[in-house]
Design a protein around this ligand. Structure first.
Ligand SMILES: O=P(O)(O)OC[C@H]1O[C@H](OP(=O)(O)OP(=O)(O)O)[C@H](O)[C@@H]1O
Ligand SMILES: NC(=O)CC[C@H](N)C(=O)O
Ligand SMILES: [Mg+2]
Length: 498
């Protein structure tokens, strides 16, 4: 799940872009990049690592111009190499620079179409090139001397028909303006904001609204399913499709991915997480559990933990301390790397947990890397019983829309029963959110549009995805280590006495 931004205004944009991208760092830690346009030429800088590592003053000095796009990458297609970092640019027509968040699922079909129909050979295996060259090829057949907004939206529409999957994109069209568009279901988030300056308005697009809080931008609207918004060089805003309500928005954004202080489709993420914690309280009580305290797994477990504690009337403590210099573990591309981050990241406060029955809340259990480590740490710190509470239901199916859990072999709940998972992570009890409770919370009738629950149900909103699942498996085998959950026989015996 990458983070993207795009700015277009009457003043230099790179300063705002660095702040905006830093606010989105939680969405991608592999690489960062910025492309600006100064009226004559693009300026591009990108590389592996965090925003702070990639952009030093000597780089930002060269990123001149009043229009810019930026990206933080969490790799889901192709290798985690600097060659595949975004943005990508192409010089014809006009000069285009593009970033995207998401994942194209008909990769081979689009690659074939580009080759057979448009005579284009993408340079890399990053799916962004498929979107960019399809759009560029559709645009170049227009009358380029008299290109109009209708022509641009027409090229977007054909791109949306041909390219399947999840994508939120922002594109600089050199000399013309800034364009944002999404896939027809609106699976990934994208918001538009505006700040007024004495020289005129600055418009911005960003994956999450938290960017605008830092930059003093006013939130304007969500970019909805299949929508396109074009800001021309006179700062006029043009719309293709006014519908801003998503048809299949990724519910895992609300559970884990997005920042708590972002509002997505009218829902404050932190509030939804508190609700998830309150809802699961019923299952904790029904299971007869009487914890002495509720604790969270930092960072993403906090709001659900506070909701659960409030609902069952048990004190909440931050009894696991997070090393703030460690990033997210789940989005690290290899299992060895994820284990290393989890190991260095969390440390329990013995004085709080010693002799206590502890309910520890996390947003999700995906591969079991974090939960297994946490339970062990809490036991070593003297907890008498450890109940592991997941505010998400079991994740049983791969995500093919931009979250790197692409194969069922790596998903613990796709391979083991709840009892086996409990045994594997060495907890006294594991409680998952009920799928029906999650679906009720994000029900369409609550007015926020449709959600994608595919990782919990195996039902994919883009239709039959069997071919893509095979493609991603082959792609993973050629580029990366294929992760598997440990075998049952590798499990440590369940502790018998407490
Ligand atoms: O079962 P697993 O495979 O370990 O995956 C789930 C864990 O990964 C995420 O944490 P992460 O460290 O990525 O981010 P956070 O700091 O936002 O919680 C998530 O919040 C869970 O803690
Ligand atoms: N997580 C994402 O949005 C990834 C975007 C793109 N598929 C890449 O790998 O660069
Ligand atoms: Mg976590």
């Amino acid at each position: 799940m990458c983070g993207i931004v795009g700015f277009h205004g009457p003043e230099r944009v790179v300063g705002d872009m660095i702040i905006g991208l830093t606010a989105l760092q939680h969405r991608g830690q592999d690489a960062a990049g910025i492309a600006t346009f100064d009226g004559d030429a693009f300026h591009l800088h990108k590389g592996q690592g965090l925003v702070n590592d990639v952009f030093k003053p000597k780089h930002t000095k060269k990123l001149t111009g009043n229009t810019g796009i930026g990206h933080v990458r969490y790799t889901t297609q192709g290798a985690n190499d600097s060659d595949l970092a975004q943005p990508f640019t192409t010089s014809y027509p006009f000069g285009l620079a593009m970033v995207h968040n998401g994942n194209v699922i008909n990769f081979r079909d689009v690659a074939k179409l580009l080759h057979d129909k448009y005579h284009v050979l993408p340079k890399t295996t990053n799916d962004l090139e498929l979107i960019m060259y399809t759009f560029a090829s559709e645009l170049r057949v227009k009358d380029l001397d008299r290109i109009s907004v209708v022509d641009i939206f027409d090229a977007v529409e054909t791109t949306q028909e041909l390219v399947k999957g999840a994508y939120a994109t922002v594109t600089i069209i050199a000399g013309h303006g800034l364009l944002a568009f999404t896939d027809p279901l609106g699976i990934r988030p994208l918001v538009m904001g505006r700040r007024d300056t004495p020289e005129g308005p600055v418009y911005a697009f960003a994956s999450e609204s938290t960017c605008f809080d830092y930059l003093d931008f006013e939130f304007v609207e969500n970019v909805g399913p299949g929508q396109a918004i074009f800001i021309d060089n006179n700062f006029q805003v043009h719309y293709k499709n006014q519908n801003t309500v998503p048809k299949a928005f990724c519910v895992f954004e609300q559970i884990y991915f997005a920042r708590e202080d972002s509002t997505i489709h009218g829902r404050l993420v932190a509030r939804e997480r508190v609700r998830l914690g309150k809802i699961i309280a019923r299952k904790v009580v029904d299971a007869g559990l009487k914890p002495d305290m509720v604790i969270d797994v930092p960072s993403s477990g906090y709001f659900s933990a506070s909701g659960l504690a409030e609902a069952i009337g048990v004190p909440y403590r931050r009894a696991m301390v997070k090393n703030n210099h460690m990033g997210r573990s789940f989005i690290v591309p290899t299992q060895a790397g994820r284990e290393d981050v989890v190991k260095k990241k969390l440390n329990p406060i013995r004085a709080f947990v010693e002799g206590k029955k502890v309910a520890v809340v996390d947003d999700s259990i995906v591969r079991g890397t974090t939960s297994r480590r946490i339970v062990r740490l809490l036991r070593e710190a003297g907890a008498s019983e450890v109940y592991f509470i997941s505010s998400a239901p079991p994740i049983v199916s791969p995500c093919i829309y931009g979250i790197d859990m692409a194969m069922s072999t790596e998903l613990i709940a796709a391979n083991y029963t709840e009892e086996e998972i409990c045994q594997f992570i060495e907890a006294d009890k594991v409680i998952y959110q009920d799928l029906s409770d999650l679906q009720d919370l994000f029900a369409e009738e609550r007015g926020h549009g449709g959600s994608c629950f595919a990782c919990f149900t195996g039902k994919y909103p883009t239709g039959d995805v069997t071919r893509y699942l095979r493609h991603i498996q082959e792609e993973r085998q050629s580029h990366r280590i294929v992760d598997k959950v440990p075998s049952v026989s590798a499990k440590a015996p369940l502790p018998t006495e407490h």
